[in-house]
Design a protein. Structure first.
Ligand SMILES: Cc1ncc(COP(=O)(O)O)c(C=O)c1O
Length: 381
């Protein structure tokens, strides 16, 4: 009999039943008063939960659209920009900065570690930066940046806007917009919100909106905050057709988040991550991210000697868990296990057991149950 396959890549994440049901509803007209009220409530919840007096944008598109919108609406050609990169997605901002003709500098960390806040402070004291960009969790490395500390430094040392890529973090790692001096935070629906892919979510604090205003007309059309603002203030207005069913799915996700409580959700992710990472180490794997830099949303898991990546992931798929391969220099050397969003104890324990069975089928000497024991001990004792 075939095993059910859990999608454990770092996004899209498993979509639970209430969210699936919201997606599956008969699509309404986007001016339907009930849909307009639902969209309004989504926007109000996003602003309130992530604490900003600024604006929030929910736009059809993926996380990369949000990356582009975050810079296009706050920076202009020639601006000095500091990019803090600890992986593939930080480097994607370098490509964007090239295209946009920013005068940029990159602080790059070796994969598995991050940039010390002190280095950021030093760099900011040297030059007059207009923007600082950091990836909260880089999905290629599983490294998490100390966003709150960087936010304080940016605030104290510069006039830069602080842009945070929360694609692999928001709704799982601790983030609040105004209280953490974040000017722009963005994510995609498919990660820790547990909604299918297709929505870009962007919070723009008061300073970011002031910057947008000062820029006048920008080159972007679809990605212009000013085009979307009338819709975000009154969703019965039209600019681009809203993704009706995805917005319902996001509403269902927000109901789950409110029921759980955002702070409890942050600590659940932290507890799960610690226990999962310890269990994987017991099984003989290593975690790429150094201790102190590890994310709560995913683990980038280095294979022990003698494991073939393709065979391992194909076998694990048969055993019931779909994981992602490594990126860049780590392709073939590790697998990436997402553990964010709406995954419960059943899913986590099944996946850990599937990993043990896979190791055994790949020829490793396995102490069955040892990983699970570590998981339970880390979590409950
Ligand atoms: C940290 C980070 N930033 C940006 C992106 C790009 O998002 P998308 O693939 O939705 O365009 C991803 C995608 O995985 C990501 O993990």
């Amino acid at each position: 009999m075939e095993n059910e396959k859990y999608v454990m890549i770092p996004g899209p994440t498993p979509v639970v039943e209430p969210i699936q049901n919201a997606m599956g509803r008969k699509t309404a007209a986007f001016k339907d008063p009930e849909f307009v009220a639902d969209f309004e409530s989504v926007l109000a919840d996003l602003k309130k939960l992530w604490k900003t007096d600024g604006e929030v944008f929910v736009v059809p598109g993926s996380g990369t659209l949000a990356m582009e919108m975050s810079v296009s609406n706050t920076l202009k050609s020639g601006d000095k920009v500091l990019i803090i990169s600890h992986g593939y997605f930080g480097d994607r901002f370098v490509e964007i900065a090239e295209r946009k003709n920013y005068d940029y500098k990159v602080l790059s960390a070796e994969w598995g570690t991050g940039i010390a806040p002190e280095k950021i402070r030093e760099e900011l004291s040297r030059d007059n930066y207009r923007g600082v960009i950091a990836t909260h969790v880089d999905t290629s490395t599983g490294v998490k940046a100390p966003i709150e500390e960087i936010g304080r430094i940016v605030q104290n040392e510069s006039d830069a806007v602080f842009i945070v890529d929360g694609v692999c973090a928001t709704a799982a790692e601790k983030e609040y917009v105004d209280p953490m001096n974040i000017d722009i935070l963005f994510t995609g629906s498919q990660k820790a919100f547990g909604v299918p892919p297709g929505l870009a979510l962007i919070w723009a604090g008061p300073r970011a909106m002031k910057r947008r205003n000062k820029l006048g007309e920008i080159n972007e059309y679809y990605g212009d905050f000013e085009k979307w603002l009338p819709i975000m203030h009154d969703p019965s207005n039209y600019f681009g057709t809203p993704a009706v069913n995805l917005i319902w799915a996001l509403k269902a996700s927000l109901s789950l988040i409110k029921k759980e409580g955002l702070e409890s959700r942050f600590s659940r992710h932290e507890r799960d991550a610690r226990a999962i990472q310890a269990a994987l180490e017991t099984m003989g794997f290593e975690i790429l991210a150094e201790k102190g830099w590890r994310a709560h949303t995913l683990s980038n898991v280095l294979y022990p000697e003698g494991i073939n990546d393709e065979e391992f992931r194909d076998t694990l798929r048969e055993e019931g868990a779909v994981v992602a391969g490594g990126l860049g220099d780590y392709a073939g050397k590790l697998f990436r296990l997402g553990h964010m969003g709406n995954i419960d104890e059943h899913v986590i324990t099944s996946v850990l057991q599937a990993i043990e069975r896979t190791l055994y089928r790949c020829g490793k000497d396995v102490d069955f149950g040892a990983g699970m024991k570590t998981y339970m001990q880390e979590k409950y004792s």
